[in-house]
Design a binder for this molecule. Structure first.
Ligand code: GDP
Length: 364
């Protein structure tokens, strides 16, 4: 499964946020099949489409889809030189598919900031630099090897060397790879290197408890401005508030959020933004037993989507019956969907869309 890693400097609120995530997840976790490590949290993806489908189908239960967050604590300045537990943390980042970078935007004199003052932009730069150093090392090692190889005259190898040299220059000037518009060819040469600054990022701006509704928060505004230059998202969140919300049951949660003037929790927004960052979309199955959400990568075809439910579905795939989400909702019943001719039969090359309601036909 795809994972998002939570990173950030010490004392920015990562653990507080991660605890809120695991608490919210623990409640919901009907996941007997996965033994979760202490630094991995399973979250349910909030999706109101499930409720709307259930209103039509009246199933016995609703099952949301899930994905994983990994808490990657301990990234400090100097990590790329092996300071602290540096390299180990960088290795953990290598394993995640997207990065949620928590930056401190709350002020609290009792809580030390590693660099002495609250400055999210400088924090982002510090972390980026560590990741950049690590990538420079990775590329440098590969370059050494390929330069020797290139003496043999293989044009492919020569091309790789020139691509890597170009990327290295960007890194040396302090540019994370995610900010570079790469060609498909360049991407191909980088694929196996699993570079850290190439991973998609979103910023979680951790604000103080009383600041969650402050839309013009000056520090968050700064983060937003930076994020805009690289096309990344910012989720404003108070880790403290989220950890309090995670303690409440659903009723109390609603009341609490209303009192704060919020429609939904920051955690829900963060989860959805991270899901999107990972390039994931949802399709549904809807029957009398259950209405259920399933996760696939954007671009997945019908048989592979079926395989998420069971490998037999993929192996014996014949066809998929597909109803667009909006079609289902506006028809109001399965019978109406059929009458309106909105139930489609799709074959093995069909690319599943976000929200599709699917039923698979397969050979056993
Ligand atoms: P980590 O080192 O990034 O994992 O940070 P922690 O989650 O351990 O938080 C460091 C300290 O900051 C803890 O004492 C938290 O209670 C505190 N903290 C986290 N978020 C907030 C916040 O929004 N407001 C205030 N005042 N303190 C916070």
């Amino acid at each position: 499964p795809l994972k998002a890693g939570i990173v950030g400097l010490p004392n920015v609120g990562k653990s507080t946020l991660f605890n809120a995530i695991t608490k919210a997840g623990a409640e919901a976790a009907n996941y007997p099949f996965c033994t979760i490590e202490p630094n991995v949290g399973v979250v349910e993806v909030p999706d109101e489409r499930l409720t709307r489908l259930a209103d039509i189908v009246h199933p016995q239960r609703i099952v949301p889809t899930t994905f994983e967050f990994v808490d990657i604590a301990g990234l400090v300045k100097g990590a790329s030189r092996g300071e602290g537990l540096g390299n180990q943390f960088l290795a953990h980042i290598r394993e995640v598919d997207a990065i949620v970078h928590v930056v401190r935007c709350f002020t609290d004199d009792d809580i030390t900031h590693v660099s002495g003052k609250v400055d999210p932009l400088s924090d982002i730069e510090t972390i980026d630099l560590e990741l950049i150093f690590a990538d420079m090392e990775t590329i440098g090692r590969r370059l050494d090897r390929q330069r020797k190889q290139s003496k043999s005259g293989d044009p492919k190898v020569r091309e790789e060397v020139s691509v890597l040299e170009e990327i290295l220059q960007f890194l040396e000037s302090g540019t994370p790879i995610r900010r570079i518009n790469l060609t498909m060819e360049q991407r191909d040469y980088l694929r196996d290197l699993h570079l850290l600054t190439q991973k998609p990022v979103l910023y979680a701006a951790n604000v103080g408890e009383t600041e969650v509704v402050q839309l013009d928060h000056p520090l968050v505004t700064k983060v937003r401005e930076l994020a805009q230059t690289e096309g990344t998202q910012v989720v404003m969140i108070s880790a403290k508030v989220e950890s309090e919300i995670a303690e409440l049951d659903e009723e109390d949660r609603k009341v609490f959020l209303e009192e704060l003037g919020l429609k939904e929790s920051g955690l829900d927004r963060l989860i959805r933004a991270s899901y999107d960052l990972l390039g994931l979309i949802t399709y549904f199955t809807a029957g009398p037993q259950e209405v259920r959400a399933w996760t696939i990568r954007k671009g997945t075809k019908a048989p592979q989507a079926a395989g998420v439910i069971h490998s037999d579905f993929e192996r014996g795939f014949i066809r998929a019956e597909v109803i667009g989400y909006e079609d289902f909702i506006s028809a109001g019943s399965l019978a109406n969907v059929r009458d309106a001719g909105k139930l489609r039969l799709e074959g093995k090359d069909y690319v599943v869309c976000d929200g599709d309601v699917m039923h698979f036909r397969f050979n056993v």
